[in-house]
Ligand binder design. Structure first.
Ligand code: NAP
Length: 261
């Protein structure tokens, strides 16, 4: 029997990433767990090895640090056993746009956009060459909701969706599967880390429910999986409107309404 691909999960020390780790271990996949908190990663790895008998490697890394990111890129390029990349590590924004320092802006963009892009770029040539592999990017419904007020966070998540759609177009002809998962509010530490009490939110999905739904989309090879979206046709309509808009973009001349009388 063919061995299942190893899954490399970023942000595996808590929340959605730790739950992906549990689910993939249960399915029999070996894992590479990435995050900053070594102690938590080792504790999770020990528990999953014990329960599932899979092989688990712990790779502590701060994805905003160039040397750590470069080491991870090398691992993804060179380790042919890794066949699934879960780009999950991310952080939310605390405070309004006007309250952000330069360092906070840099950090948020580095973790939520630069890191997943570089990791996908590191692994894509190998996946393309072997004609298989999967890249899962965790976005957010905030990526199409500027109304939610988390402007930079939302912009990073809009980036993740676009990145996934573009990667799908470029890589799927070679047999590589790309999925964007867009959760809404989910009960994890991300809220507390951003200074928000999750219990003050009117509705929250439990993290197990979110990841199980995301894996239904994964198993169906869906490009965009939005577990909290109850009317799937809404997404289809948005995609249809986008295609319609593109059909009406004509490059040679400015539209009538922009011509001076
Ligand atoms: P979480 O429990 O806070 O998990 C975030 C993970 O990212 C942790 O494992 C954390 O581990 C890791 N991480 C943070 N900074 C890092 C860094 N500089 N380098 C490496 N790893 C880092 O939050 P979560 O909700 O599971 O978040 C996972 C993803 O889901 C994020 O991309 C988030 O934007 C997205 N999301 C979450 C929600 C929600 O409501 N929870 C909604 C939509 C989208 P260490 O601290 O050990 O590094």
């Amino acid at each position: 029997m063919n061995k299942l691909p190893t899954v490399l999960i970023t942000g595996a020390s808590s929340g959605i990433g730790a739950t992906y780790a549990e689910r993939f271990a249960h399915r029999g996949h070996d894992l590479v767990l990435v995050a900053r908190d070594k102690t938590r990663l080792h504790a999770l790895a020990a528990r999953l090895r014990e329960n599932s008998g899979v092989t688990i490697d712990v790779l502590p890394a701060d994805l905003t640090q160039p040397a750590d990111l470069a080491a991870l890129e090398t691992r993804l390029r060179d380790d042919a056993s890794i066949g699934i990349l879960i780009n999950n590590a991310g952080m939310a924004q605390s405070g309004s746009f006007g309250q952000q320092t330069a360092a906070q802006i840099e950090n948020l963009i580095a973790l939520n956009t630069t890191a997943p892009t570089r990791l996908a770029a590191a692994v894509a040539p190998r996946f393309t060459q072997s004609g298989r592999g999967a890249i899962v990017n965790i976005g957010s419904v905030v990526g199409f909701a500027p109304e939610f007020g988390a402007t930079i966070y939302g912009a990073t998540k809009a980036f993740v969706l676009f990145l996934s759609q573009g990667l799908h177009l470029e890589l799927s002809p070679s047999g590589v599967y790309v999925q964007a998962v867009l959760p809404a509010a989910t009960r994890t530490e991300i809220w507390e880390r951003a200074g928000v009490d999750v219990n003050t939110l009117p509705e929250v999905m439990e993290v197990g429910e979110l990841v199980d739904a995301a894996l239904v989309g994964f198993d169906r090879r869906e490009l965009v999986t939005i577990p909290p979206l109850h009317v799937a046709e809404r997404w289809d309509a948005l995609e249809g409107a986008r295609q319609g808009l593109l059909a009406d973009v004509r490059q040679a001349h400015a539209a009538e309404r922009y011509r001076r009388p």
